[in-house]
Structure formats: C-alpha cells, structure tokens
Design a protein around this ligand. Structure first.
Ligand SMILES: Cc1ncc(COP(=O)(O)O)c(C=O)c1O
Length: 403
C-alpha cells in the first residue's frame, strides 16, 4: 500500500530550487477557488502589479506563465521569432544553448556569440556579430548564468541590440530578486524568470514581461505562433486588464497563491534590500570559503551573489563532498555542468535561503567534510571570517532568517 510522501527537511543551497518560505507554503495550502472567481481575479491583478514592481516595469504584458522557467523562455521565443528570422544568441553556459534550441525550433537561424564558461557575454563580440548579420531581428542572452555564476551586463547588451534595430530577450531566471534588473530603464523587450530561485517560491511558474515594441512585433507576425498554450495573444485574454476574463487554461490556483505571497514578502523587504541581503551573505560566504583556501571561477566584477561557483581543490572527491553534505547535514549544493562537471561546486544563496544561518551552517559542514578527506585547513577560520564579514558590513543582518 503506497504511503503519503513526506520529504526530508533539506537546506537547499544549490542552483535551484531554493528553500521555500513557510509563509509561501502556508499560502499554497489555502482553499482552492475557481480560476474565474472574482476574488481570484482580484488576486491576479495584485500579483501582476507586484511582478511589475519586482521587474521594475510598467509593461502591461507582465504575467506568470503557468509552467517553469523553460516555458517562460519558450514564450519569449515562440512569440517574437518567426520562421526565417536570424537571432543572435549569446552563449556563456548551459542556458544560452537552450536558447539556440528554441530558435531552431521556431524555424529561425541562430548565430552564436560564444564566450568561455565562467566569463560574462562580451559586448564587443555581440557588436561584431550584429555588424556581420544586419538581417538579425533579435538578440538573446542570459543575465545570470546559473551554470557558472557569471553575470552579464544587461544594460550594455540591450543598448547594443537596439542600436542594430533588434529586440532583446533576457533570461532572468536566476537574476530576479537577487541582483538588479531594470526592465524599463534598460529597455528590455522580453524578460522571463522562474519562481523557484530568488523569489523563494515553489518551482513551476515563470514571470514574463514584454515591452510595447515586443507587442508590436507579435501583432505584426505573419505566421501563427506555433504553440497554442504559449501564444500571448490568447493568454492575454485571461491575464488581461479588467473584469472580462476568458477561459484559456485552468490556472495553477494554489501555486499562484504561493507566488503572490512570495512577492508580498519581497515588497515588505524592499527590492533593493533584497539585493543588498544577497550581496551581504555572498560576501560572508566568500570570505569563509577563501579562509578555507577555496577559490571562485568567476572574476569579482562578474560574480553573482546568489550563485557561487567554487573550484574543487586538488585531491578532493567532488561528488563525495556533495553526498556527505546531503546525507550527514541534509544540505544540497550543486555540481558543475558541461565542461565544468567535476571541477566546481555550485552554492546557491537564493531568496529565503540567503541568510547568515545558512552561510554558517554550510561553512561548518564543509569544513568537517573537507578535513575528513585530508584537505588541509585550520578549523574555525571559515566561520570566523564569515562572521567578521557580516559584522563589517554596515547593513548587517537583523535576523538569522528573514521571515
Ligand atoms: C538561467 C536559467 N534559465 C532557464 C532555466 C530553466 O528554468 P526551469 O528549470 O524552471 O524550467 C533555468 C533553471 O535553472 C536557469 O537557471
């Protein structure tokens, strides 16, 4: 006889999902109501305006797609790209590769601008590619590469795209809530994110936002959007402004309660405060890791505070360390992907999980495991360095956990 599933209580310090706030889980357990119930519709309107706050945009076409970040990515591509188009795709990790796949499946031609994994997208390479391909209509890149922990300069890349009459699609799955995004000020045309990273919500929803220029492109399409589910012309009938809502699909009602609650939490904290908290805890983690003799693969200027890619030192069994963290401490961290497999650990401090308690617990656990593997370190140095880093920051943490 199958039993109810009771997952263990983990500390999710990998590349996502990250720890979900108990407030979000509690919100999701509230009664399910109809997806056209006036009270649900009012909640949707509020959710939309909170997403506009988080994304720093006035875009009317801002909504959570009822599926994970990959569906947000696909929403951007299938609506903005038409068969025969040329799209410049910047790749510096796993997710640029997914963009290429999307472009090809739209019947368009991707032109790849490649950078080494761990490096940001090089603006000069984008400029060169656009000069070589004046027929290009769209540029796509990832702001926060989760596979490497590198952040690209969205403002500059969008500005270059616009100078060459292209629309810019930005992947903000790991960026949103953890690091600055200025959708309107930077002129981003299409942006998508995920609920499970710095928004501290469960996986399965993808906030998206489209500019007026993007909407004009969608309206001028000569081919039908090939995906019925992701066709924004149809989705807008449900998520559009005002009381008139047409059934499109049954919304994931309780998941949306969760996203609503996570955005309430973000507003209570304040977006800039959330960015500052991610930075503070990253600095403490960094100082702790460096005190153990560990190092980062990304240069300081491009390092994401929410995703820390740390080199596995020589002689240390990468997988055994992750297994011990999970088994002995119930802590999840991530492995390297692609060319970085076996070479790095990916430590996420995202959303609700970005707090001093997690930094200290992880450092203590890592120290014990590494010492047991014969790695040379001085016990206690990491914690002392992390605590000193927190103490040195004038906006020091007020509470152990931000709930
Ligand atoms: C940068 C980036 N883009 C896209 C995705 C895909 O999101 P999801 O796994 O929610 O479909 C991820 C997921 O980790 C990501 O990190």
């Amino acid at each position: 006889m199958p039993q109810s599933f009771h997952p263990p209580q983990r500390m999710l310090l990998g590349p996502g999902p990250s720890d979900v706030s108990p407030r979000v889980l509690e919100a999701m357990a509230r009664p399910t109501i109809g997806h056209l119930d006036p009270q649900f519709v009012a909640m949707m309107d509020e959710l939309k305006s909170m997403l506009q706050y988080a994304l720093r945009t006035k875009n009317a076409l801002t909504l959570p797609v009822s599926a994970p970040g990959s569906a947000g990515m696909e929403t951007a591509f299938v609506n903005l790209v038409e068969p025969g188009d040329t799209v410049i795709v910047c790749q510096n990790g796993v997710f640029g590769g997914r963009m290429k796949e999307n472009v090809e499946r739209c019947g368009a031609t991707p032109v790849m601008v490649e950078d080494e994994w761990g490096q940001p997208v090089d603006p000069q390479k984008l400029e060169d590619a656009l000069k070589a391909h004046p027929e290009a209509r769209t540029v796509a890149f990832v702001q926060a590469e989760t596979s490497t922990g590198a952040e690209s300069d969205t403002r500059t890349l969008v500005e270059i795209a616009h100078r060459h009459d292209c629309l810019a699609i930005v992947d903000a799955v790991t960026a949103l809530g953890g690091t600055p995004i200025e959708t309107d000020a930077w002129g981003i045309d299409a942006i998508y994110s995920g609920s499970q990273k710095c928004l501290s919500c469960t996986p399965g929803l993808s906030p998206v936002s489209f500019s007026e220029a993007a909407i004009a492109r969608i309206r001028a399409r000569t081919h039908k959007v090939q995906s019925w589910f992701l066709d924004l012309n149809l989705v807008m009938g449900y998520w559009g402004q005002g009381a008139k809502r047409a059934y499109h699909h049954t919304a994931p009602i309780n998941a949306l309660y969760g996203l609503h609650e996570s955005l309430v939490m973000l507003q209570e904290e304040g977006l800039e405060n959330a960015w500052a908290r991610h930075r503070r805890n990253h600095i403490a983690l960094r100082d702790g890791l460096e005190a153990m003799g560990l190092s980062f693969i990304v240069a300081t200027d491009y390092r994401l505070p929410q995703l820390n890619a740390v080199r596995v030192p020589a002689g240390v069994d990468e997988a055994a360390v992750r297994a011990a963290l999970l088994t002995d401490y119930s802590i999840e961290i991530g492995a390297g992907l692609g060319p970085l497999a076996g070479q790095i650990w990916r430590i996420g401090l995202m959303g609700y999980a970005s707090n001093p308690r997690n930094v200290y617990v992880l450092l203590g656990a890592l120290e014990s495991i590494l010492a047991a593997q014969g790695y040379k370190l001085t016990r206690g140095d990491a914690l002392a360095a992390a605590q000193a880093a927190h103490a040195a920051q004038t906006d020091a943490p007020k509470a152990a956990v931000n709930d």
